[in-house]
Design a protein around this ligand. Structure first.
Ligand code: ZN
Length: 382
C-alpha cells in the first residue's frame, strides 16, 4: 500500500510505502498535493476508561460489546489505547482485567488497538480532593502481591500503574514494578515533597493528569503540584479537553515540562455520545453539555469525567495557540509512544504502520483514513 500526503512535521509532500504491518519507506515526493491533506502517526491514548456508551469499568454479559470502543477510536485517529481500570474491590478489578483480556483474545481489531492496561488505583490517596471520584472504601496501600495476581490474569498486559507515594511502602513497591517492566505514574496524590522525591528516585517517571485529582484549595508551598512540576525526571500527562485545565495552566505546564508533556483523554463511557441527561452506573445522574462538558446534574462545577477523545485535545491546543499542529500531534502520539513503548519506531521506516490521514481546516481535524498494523481500520465514507 502507498500513501501520499503532506507530513504533519513540516507540511512537505511525502510518500509512505507499507509492506505488511510495517512502514517500508517514508520519502519526500515532488507531487502537487492539496495543502490540508496531512499524514502523521496515529494517536496513542494511554488513559481510556470508556467511550461511546460503554466503559471498561463495568462488567458486561457480552464483553464483546466493548469492541466498539476500539472501532470508534479508530474513527477519531486513535490507533493505540490503554483501557484504564480505576479503584475498585480487588475481586472486581480482577474481573475487569479478565474482561479486557477476553475481549482482546476474541477480537483482532480490539487486540491491535489495546496495547496494554493502565491500572489507576486503588493505591492512591484516601484524602477527599486528591482521591477525585475514586471510591474511598476500596483505596488501600500498595500491595505487590496483588499486582502479581492481576498481571497473571492480564497475561502480562499491565503497562502502567498510577499510585500515590504517600503510603509507607511505596518505594519498594515502585522498585518491584520497575523490575517487572511496569511503569509507575504518580496521581491522585497528597504526598509530601520528600515522599514525591523518594518515589521518583525509586523509579516513578510520570505524573497522571497533572492539575486534576487535587484539593480545590492548596497550601501555597510546599505542595505536590510544585514538587511534580519542578522535577525534571517526571513526564506528565494532561487532560486537554478545555474543561479540566484552563488554557493558561496548560501554557505554564508546557513551559516547565517542555517536551516531557503529553495528552490523555481520560474519557468515560459518555464520550462520543450526544448531549443530554444520563443516568450512569458509575457516576449517577450527569449532564453532558453540547460543548462537551460532563458534570453532575445537580452541580455543574463537579466534573463527572472527560467526554472527549484525544483528537479534540489536539484541536484545543492548536485553537488556543498553545501548540503548533506538529507539537500537538506529537503530544498525542509520539510522546506517549516513546514513554510506554520505548524502541517502537513510531512513524519511521521499519516501524509499525500506524498512520492517519487527516484533513485539517481552520484548526479542526477530520480523519480521512486510519491505518493500524498496515491495515485500513477506518476510511471516511465507507
Ligand atoms: Zn484520575
Amino acid at each position: 500500500m502507498k500513501l501520499k500526503g503532506r507530513s504533519y512535521k513540516n507540511n512537505q509532500p511525502i510518500e509512505i510505502v507499507i509492506d505488511g504491518e510495517q512502514i517500508k519507506s517514508k520519502v519526500p515526493c515532488n507531487e502537487q498535493l492539496p495543502d490540508h491533506f496531512i499524514l502523521g502517526p496515529g494517536f496513542t491514548d494511554i488513559q481510556v476508561n470508556g467511550y461511546g456508551g460503554v466503559d471498561y469499568n463495568e462488567i458486561y454479559d457480552e464483553p464483546v460489546k466493548l469492541t466498539s470502543i476500539s472501532r470508534l477510536l479508530y474513527k477519531e485517529g486513535v490507533t493505540t489505547h490503554l483501557p484504564t481500570i480505576i479503584t475498585n474491590s480487588t475481586e472486581q478489578i480482577t474481573k475487569l482485567i479478565r474482561q479486557v483480556i477476553s475481549l482482546r483474545n476474541a477480537d483482532e481489531q480490539a487486540k491491535w488497538s489495546i496495547d496494554g492496561l493502565h491500572i489507576e488505583g486503588p493505591f492512591i490517596s484516601p484524602v477527599d480532593g486528591p482521591r477525585g471520584a475514586h471510591p474511598k472504601e476500596f483505596v488501600r496501600a500498595p500491595d505487590w502481591n496483588l499486582i502479581l495476581q492481576w498481571q497473571e490474569v492480564a497475561e502480562g498486559q499491565i503497562k502502567i500503574i498510577t499510585i500515590s507515594p504517600e503510603w509507607e511502602n511505596s518505594n519498594t513497591f515502585i522498585e518491584q514494578c520497575l523490575k517487572n517492566n511496569i511503569l509507575v505514574s504518580i496521581g491522585h496524590t497528597c504526598a509530601t515533597h520528600q515522599q514525591l522525591q523518594d518515589a521518583v528516585s525509586a523509579g516513578a517517571c510520570m505524573s497522571t493528569h497533572l492539575g486534576n485529582g487535587m484539593h480545590p484549595m492548596l497550601v501555597r508551598h510546599p505542595n505536590y503540584l510544585w514538587s511534580q512540576l519542578a522535577d525534571d525526571r517526571l513526564k506528565t500527562s494532561i487532560i486537554a479537553d478545555g474543561f479540566h485545565l484552563p488554557a493558561e495552566v496548560i501554557r505554564v505546564f508546557k513551559k516547565v515540562k517542555e517536551d516531557k508533556i503529553f495528552m490523555v483523554s481520560d474519557s468515560v463511557s459518555l464520550a462520543g455520545m450526544p448531549p443530554g441527561d444520563y443516568d450512569l452506573h458509575i457516576g449517577g445522574q450527569v449532564t453532558l453539555t453540547k460543548e462537551g462538558k460532563l458534570h453532575l446534574r445537580n452541580n455543574p462545577s463537579i466534573f463527572a469525567g472527560s467526554a472527549n477523545h484525544i483528537k479534540h485535545g489536539v484541536e484545543f491546543l492548536i485553537n488556543q495557540n498553545l501548540a503548533t499542529l506538529t507539537e500537538a500531534w506529537e503530544m498525542a502520539s509520539i510522546r506517549p509512544q516513546e514513554l510506554v513503548f520505548p524502541g517502537n519506531k513510531t512513524f519511521q521506516s521499519g516501524g509499525k504502520a500506524d498512520i492517519i490521514c487527516v484533513s485539517v481546516n481552520d484548526g479542526m481535524l477530520e480523519v480521512i483514513k486510519t491505518i493500524k498494523n498496515g491495515k485500513e481500520m477506518y476510511v471516511k465514507g465507507n
